[in-house]
Design a protein around this ligand. Structure first.
Ligand SMILES: NC(=O)c1ccc[n+]([C@@H]2O[C@H](COP(=O)([O-])OP(=O)(O)OC[C@H]3O[C@@H](n4cnc5c(N)ncnc54)[C@H](O)[C@@H]3O)[C@@H](O)[C@H]2O)c1
Length: 367
């Protein structure tokens, strides 16, 4: 048996509070359908954990557990700063969704989530879609991110893009004194579900927009709708194109040792998760006087939408909550300035303070 005191074991890391201190981790197996899943609950300090289900062909089981732990922790912070009464949780299903996903497997997964009795609400993530959540919901009442036909809110990209736009307006206010992108040159890398809607907001606000995407059809779709948009060959060209704002809306790790030194933009604000490739990049950005709007703060429109769905989806109510991303982003910049730290650090501190307050209040009630 693995020695749990071993510093590099997953279990040891699980119990090490300075590295996360998760409340509960559930390993799920259903041999009949081939389901192997990990459900990680990082914190329920603010309420039942909420976070999506990632379906991915992990190289090892340890990698899957590690991913679930990191993603769940990230959701605690995202939900806290989105003002939601939800803690952080996430699930991963191990395997290639193209070959392994089946109705039977999703139903089995739903039964495992249901066995947690409401401590965890699940939703979509990479590899799972609203149609999958409709199936999971047949076995589990704690499912959100369902289709409108099944009483859900559907695709979350609309409010995610709206929220990113609010974060960008707040960044403009902090940097240039006005909450508008009018006359600014904004580069969007990745014009998929979120990126193409962001382009629409930017154009309506009077920005000059440049885009890039590895998929030619994604670029063509944007150019067909908005011929005034300039398409550039790749992300490297985009970030060196005299931008005012860079919006990473593709994959994680966009801000790294190769890209940060050549950024022309003085604001980075985009939808992509985990934009900082490694710890320390937030400081490199600050050293170059690039204002970074923390990704998990500005891209929380999607989770705001799925949280709203739990109470019977109301688009205008959810949009109202997503609009608050503007104030939250400004508040983070102010706190960063006051504490002399990068915005990413200030955001973490604010999220931790909200969780600590909730825990304190809970303990006080029990006294
Ligand atoms: N959809 C949501 O509600 C939501 C919520 C929060 C965060 N996010 C994050 O926002 C990002 C975009 O999400 P999405 O739903 O629009 O995904 P998507 O898959 O619809 O779009 C991503 C786009 O990026 C492009 N792309 C991939 N690699 C690229 C590269 N190296 N250079 C340029 N383009 C590249 C893809 O071709 C695709 O068009 C992801 O990181 C996602 O995790 C999405």
């Amino acid at each position: 048996m693995t020695d749990v005191r071993q510093a590099d074991s997953v279990v040891a890391r699980l119990f090490a509070s300075e590295l996360g201190g998760h409340e509960q981790v559930v390993l799920c197996q259903d041999r009949a359908s081939g389901l192997r899943a990990v459900i990680a609950l990082h914190s329920t300090a603010l309420g039942p954990a909420l976070g999506g289900t990632r379906f991915h062909a992990y190289a090892t089981e340890d990698e899957a557990v590690e991913d679930a732990l990191n993603l769940a922790r990230g959701m605690s912070y995202k939900n806290a700063l989105a003002g939601l009464d939800h803690g952080g949780g996430k699930a991963v299903i191990i395997g290639d969704p193209d070959t392994l996903k089946s109705e039977r497997l999703l139903l089995a997964y739903g039964r495992f989530v249901a066995s947690l009795g409401g401590r965890y609400y699940t939703a979509c993530d990479v590899g799972t879609y609203v149609a999958d959540m409709d199936v999971v919901a047949r076995e589990c009442q704690w499912t959100t991110g369902r289709s409108p036909e099944q009483g859900g809110a559907g695709d979350s990209s609309v409010l995610t893009a709206f929220g990113v736009f609010q974060g960008m307006r707040a960044s403009a206010q902090a940097r240039w004194g006005e909450p508008t992108l009018r006359g600014r040159r904004v580069g969007v890398a990745g014009v998929g579900k979120v990126g193409h809607i962001l382009v629409e907001h930017l154009l309506a606000d009077g920005a000059e927009v440049l885009v890039t995407d590895v998929r030619a059809d994604a670029v063509e779709r944007v150019r067909a709708r908005y011929p005034q948009v300039t398409a550039v060959a790749d992300t490297e060209t985009l970030i060196t194109s005299n931008l005012d704002v860079y919006a990473p809306c593709a994959l994680g790790g966009a801000l790294n040792d190769a890209t940060v030194p050549v950024l022309t933009a003085s604001i980075v604000c985009g939808a992509a998760n985990n934009q900082l490739a490694h710890p320390g990049v937030e400081k490199d950005l600050a050293d170059r006087h690039v204002l970074y709007a923390p990704d998990y703060v500005v891209n929380s429109g999607g989770v705001i939408q799925v949280a709203d769905e739990i109470h019977g989806f109301d688009f205008e109510r959810a949009k109202g909550k997503a609009a608050k991303i503007f104030d939250t982003t400004l508040n983070i910049f102010a706190r960063a300035e006051a504490d002399g730290v990068p915005p990413a650090v200030a955001a973490d501190r604010l999220a931790e303070a909200r969780m600590a307050e909730a825990l304190e209040a809970r303990t006080a009630t029990r006294r």
